[in-house]
Design a protein around this ligand. Structure first.
Ligand SMILES: C[S@@+](CC[C@H](N)C(=O)[O-])C[C@H]1O[C@@H](n2cnc3c(N)ncnc32)[C@H](O)[C@@H]1O
Length: 239
């Protein structure tokens, strides 16, 4: 497979004071169901609407380690993970409003207290958090941005991975997965070159699909289309 290693610029223009940060998402509009609309009100206590300066302080148990999930989609797998790990706090960040509402609904139904949800660009949220304040960051089935001119929108590029390195505490993890093989190879190439991340399964290796990672909507969609699944799990190390 040929891998395109051209550096990716994350801003437009040369005047950085006016530079517009490139977004990794497209806002999609779709109607909310009645259940989702109610969840936005009934579970408002789980929705963070203010800018966050330290994710740890948003939880009932502020000493528990925080795991951030970027782009949780409809949130089902995030709620399952939060249910299965009550000793961790989970912060889900998404821009898709029906997904946020659905995640709130499912969290409310599960009566869990270790999950908070934000409607925001995860890059902007991460930039405001203290360095070394996260126990883990997960990014499941991110948009593959298949056209070459869109590669700069891929979440996994060196600049955004450096941000994640900054925010992870030593020993923390970064876990990603994709069903798009060219993006899997791209991610592997990027991540192997991050000096503060060490592949938990050996240099250059994909991880076996962990059975503790619940299947996501986009993973299932990929399976129906006949795609494979590639997981990558890295540990934050001192460089
Ligand atoms: C292909 S979907 C995958 C959703 C889910 N993880 C799954 O596997 O079903 C990618 C999601 O990431 C979200 N996303 C992409 N970039 C984001 C960002 N910078 N901040 C928050 N959400 C983002 C998109 O809105 C979209 O819902």
């Amino acid at each position: 497979m040929t891998v395109d290693n051209t550096p990716v610029e994350l801003t437009h223009g040369t005047d950085h004071s006016k530079a517009r940060t490139i977004q990794t998402f497209m806002r999609r509009t779709s109607a909310l169901s009645a259940t989702q609309r109610h969840a936005l009100q009934d579970c408002a206590h789980l929705l963070i609407t203010e800018p966050v300066s330290d994710a740890r302080l948003m939880f009932n148990q502020p000493k528990q380690p925080v795991i951030v999930e970027i782009g949780f989609g409809m949130g089902h797998s995030l709620v399952e993970m939060a249910k299965a790990a009550p000793e961790h706090n989970f912060l889900g960040i998404e821009v898709h409003i029906p997904g946020i509402a659905q995640c709130l609904y499912e969290a409310g139904q599960a009566n869990i207290h270790n999950l908070r949800v934000m409607n925001a660009d995860a890059v902007q949220v991460l930039m405001n958090l203290p360095d070394a304040s996260l126990a883990g960051v997960q990014l499941f089935f991110p948009d593959p941005w298949q056209k070459r001119r869109h590669f700069k929108r891929r979440f996994v590029v060196p600049e955004r991975m450096a941000l994640i390195e900054d925010k992870l505490s030593v020993g923390g993890f970064f876990h990603t997965a994709t069903d798009w093989q060219p993006y899997a190879q791209w991610m592997l190439d990027v991540l192997e070159n991050q000096s503060r991340l060490k592949n938990k399964y050996g240099a250059g290796q994909f991880a076996p699909r962990p059975d503790w990672r619940p299947e996501t909507k986009f993973e299932r969609r990929g399976q129906i289309a006949g795609h494979g699944v590639w997981d990558l799990i890295y540990e934050r190390v001192n460089s």
